[in-house]
Design a binder for this molecule. Sequence first.
Ligand code: MTE
Ligand code: MO
Length: 506
Amino acid sequence: MSNRGQRGLGELLGVVAVVAGLAAAQFVASLKGGLNNPVVSLGNRIIDHVPAAVKEFAIRTFGVNDKSVLVTSILLVILVFAVVIGRTFISGNQKRAFGAVIALTAIAGLASLLDAGATILSPLPSLVAGATAILILRWFDSRTMRAEQEGNALSRRDLFRAFAIIGVGTVAVAGASKFLGDRASTQLQRLNIALPKPLKFLPLPPTDPALTTPGLSKLFTPNKEFYRIDTAIVVPSISVDTWRLRIDGMVANPREFTYQELTSRPVFELDDTIACVSNVVGGYLVGNARWLGIRLDDLIKEVGPSSRADQVMGYSSDGFSAGFPVAALNGSDAMIAFGMNGDALPLKHGFPARIIVPGLYGYVSATKWLTRIELTRFDQKQGYWVPRGWSALAPIKTQSRIDTPRDGSSIKAGRVAIAGVAWAPTRGISKVEVSVDDGPWREATLGPELAKTTWRQWWIDWSATPGEPSISVRATDGTGALQSSNRTPPEPNGAEGWQIVNVTVT
Ligand SMILES: Nc1nc2c(c(=O)[nH]1)N[C@H]1C(S)=C(S)[C@@H](COP(=O)(O)O)O[C@H]1N2
Ligand SMILES: [Mo]
């Protein structure tokens, strides 16, 4: 075989060995809850250490796909290593190639030991990946040697057959892991949950003005369209049979509850708009839902909180945490939510339970996949994002958004509806005003107010004349305070400023 051919063969061999290793690792990871694929563990370590600015950039650039981009990048880097390992191996430097596999295995194994809830078993998928890759390389070596002893080189056909077998095996193993993975069974369990009924249902939502105003956000954001932000590469899949919520810390009687126990308590409904601190002016990291759950203040009262505790910290199964003032419970309908818009919480939104605290950004309050609540002090514990540069206290700022017309769009001259949403939980929205080309501020019509905790839709008629006008919007909250006009980035506690969209009217 030519040198070129030899090198190509090496590269293919490296990729086959490493991909088969990763498939084997995925298989092992799917056998036992809590085990992670090495790629996921590596991604977790990267997410743990990215500076706030990079996270901002990732969310801004890739939006809700930021995690797929991360996983793809890690895979690409691993494939580059695989190619180099294969070349090294085929050129006779077998010790060095094995050394590289072992080094990668060690790095991934260490990364997995830092995963939330890691045990001595956590590096197992990484070890299996490394061992599989080495076995395949050695197997290839022994085949070539045997062929040489018999006086002929491995034929192309033999090679293709061997790689085909490994390839099919890899796909089969990966498929089996997906099937075995507990995701499917958790989904099934979730679909079969009959949520308890509230003592008093909230009124049926009014007719949604979005139905008659094209482009306007719906009053309730459908679960499927609801924004998703979290640090989880793999959505945690938690069975309600084994799930427990522990409440401890500075309390007289720490307790643990089952799903059954908590959902048998009186539940209530809450219409609440949640927002991400990373939402830029005019952004879409905000949504409105009818949540169903139990009162958080009652639950905490029962365990006897110390009067010295000033922070409620929620922890998730995957190591995330978010803390907010004990005082935020006063007079608010903070809840442990099990339901969202009439369904059990979707897996992506925290199944089986999450915290919802009206008026606070998600990163300080809305812990999904909740497993523990700790009563603590701000001067002792910080939630996940706080040491990473975000404020410890983060009430949602008043924001308003133009849904239609979209920035950069072209519209026909004539009567056009300008419409959008504005929110300021828990203060409510009392006024939304629109100005075209720095003209006078005109008051928009406001949609129904479900509660002070929810956004309000707004719309206004406009006679568009040809040109390139810019449209701005500003809201006034329920206390009479005007939304801040001062443009600030999301860091460290939420963006401020009035949105401006530029359109072309023809
Ligand atoms: N377990 C966990 N919960 C979490 C997060 C997270 O990373 N992990 N992110 C928080 C942030 S920053 C936001 S904005 C909200 C988003 O909730 P959603 O994805 O249901 O819209 O969840 C919060 N809860
Ligand atoms: Mo967020």
